[in-house]
Write a protein that binds this ligand. Sequence first.
Ligand SMILES: Nc1ncnc2c1ncn2[C@@H]1O[C@H](COP(=O)(O)OP(=O)(O)OP(=O)(O)O)[C@@H](O)[C@H]1O
Ligand SMILES: O=c1[nH]c(=O)c2[nH+]cn([C@@H]3O[C@H](COP(=O)(O)O)[C@@H](O)[C@H]3O)c2[nH]1
Ligand SMILES: NC(=O)CC[C@H](N)C(=O)O
Ligand SMILES: [Mg+2]
Length: 515
Amino acid sequence: MKRELVIVLDFGGQYNQLVARRVRECSVYCEIYSYKTGLEKIKGMNPKGIILTGGPSSCYEEDSARYPRELFELGIPVLGLCYGAQLMMHELGGKVERAAVREYGKTEVLIDRADSKVFRGVQEKTVCWMSHFDYISQTAPGFEVTAHTADCPVAAAEDESRKLYAIQFHPEVLHTAEGTKMINNFVKHVCGCGGNWKMDTFVENSIREIRAKVGKGKVLCALSGGVDSSVAAVMLSKAIGSQLTCVFVDHGLLRKNEGDEVEAVFGPEGPYDLNFIRVNAQERFYDRLAGIEEPEEKRKIIGEEFIRVFEEEAKKIGAVDFLVQGTIYPDVVESGLGGESAVIKSHHNVGGLPDYVDFKEIIEPLRDLFKDEVRKAGLEMGIPEKLVFRQPFPGPGLGIRIIGEITAEKVKIVQDADAIYREEMDAAGMKATVGQYFAALTNMRSVGVMGDERTYDYAVALRAVNTIDFMTAEAAEVPYAVLNKVMSRIINEVRGVNRVMYDLTSKPPGTIEFE
Ligand SMILES: Nc1ncnc2c1ncn2[C@@H]1O[C@H](COP(=O)(O)OP(=O)(O)OP(=O)(O)O)[C@@H](O)[C@H]1O
Ligand SMILES: O=c1[nH]c(=O)c2[nH+]cn([C@@H]3O[C@H](COP(=O)(O)O)[C@@H](O)[C@H]3O)c2[nH]1
Ligand SMILES: NC(=O)CC[C@H](N)C(=O)O
Ligand SMILES: [Mg+2]
């Protein structure tokens, strides 16, 4: 059976990947392409529907992101979202102008046409998420207004006969209460997709594509033992078996006992039949990081050193063509490569290969997925839940949980404090309920009094967050008694700490990690 495909055309919006994942949640396969992709190529892919994303431009301006009007004449259903909706109107003869009132955030929408296919089953008054300055002041000929808000006369419009739909708000974000329903309606009832794509198909297709790409070549997989690279390694192992070697780097910035734990799972004693190499590279990482305080500089050094270690290992294996990494979508977007979005932090595994390496290519089978989707793929391949639901641990490790300069002494402090925190959270049954938690070492020292003596020691920060996709997060409500116990144990058991703090910041404005 031919795979049903919906294409998302990227106009530089913030939520493009969310659009794609909402479509995939309707069990329909979805891919994202730049708005610069030619019409012939799009026709050739034979999509069942096309979704135009939001974007920062204003379509009435000279150099705005455009798409030729023929896109709307293919007979393929098109759904324009925000900028996409404005562009559709503009191209087809409507009018878009700068509004007097900017709508931003939660807004009540009033559905004017309950019989609209995209609003099937949606309440007459529903909450949506708006983010726009421009507005559609006049719909294009043939279109009918199907929804409005207090400030926006055209919150949605459609020309059912041409299967063209424009929505000014963002149904793809979870703040739009019935947004998922609207996307499902478009995909199923307008595009006529049956919805038979599943994660197992993604896994099967990926395995097939990897085999075709690699041929008889050799592959090195950067394996951290974390969720993403474990899922990637198992996928590669299913695809190419013994052509794969997994390299685990112990950079001395791992959590307490982590190196041995990873080796126990993926090494020769574990359940997986992998060529597994553990590289103990602590000294070289510490040497290169000595005296470095700036977070981005630390990240870049760690990323570079990782690649150097992989390359050295590859040389030992001989003629390795491909490097596999467990990169996922949030890594890409935060590194500023997800379209128009800003650099938040440079993830060590993003940005392509530096030009000094010998690998021909990077393979990143999970690059378009969010964490929870990676977990689904992992379960699909039979990876135990214990591994699949592990908390993420960043590649630069404790290096970005120690604010400022990294020293062996500081690493030891944060390892011990973190181990106590994790032990107590486990004992309190918080492991399953909190998305990610860890201890970090602030670079702050303060005065205390212990055993009647003055101390001048470090402050440890405890962090615990709840999140689904790690793009946004809230501080978790850890019971005070648990925090109190952790505080007391850390101060009693970890030398060099005399203060413990709990970080209440959500993301945004904070990030989950400290650097
Ligand atoms: N210590 C390490 N040794 C080898 N490769 C690593 C190491 N740390 C990170 N990597 C590589 O960098 C990628 C990105 O790291 P990241 O922490 O985002 O993913 P992960 O460790 O696989 O999963 P998780 O997010 O659950 O920690 C990994 O998928 C892996 O390919
Ligand atoms: O592999 C990684 N390399 C990195 O450089 C990195 N920085 C953050 N993280 C993890 O990503 C999620 C979001 O973290 P932030 O809110 O700090 O960006 C959290 O789960 C972080 O642990 C990283 N993972
Ligand atoms: N989120 C968007 O797509 C914004 C579209 C357009 N730039 C506006 O401000 O109205
Ligand atoms: Mg990790």
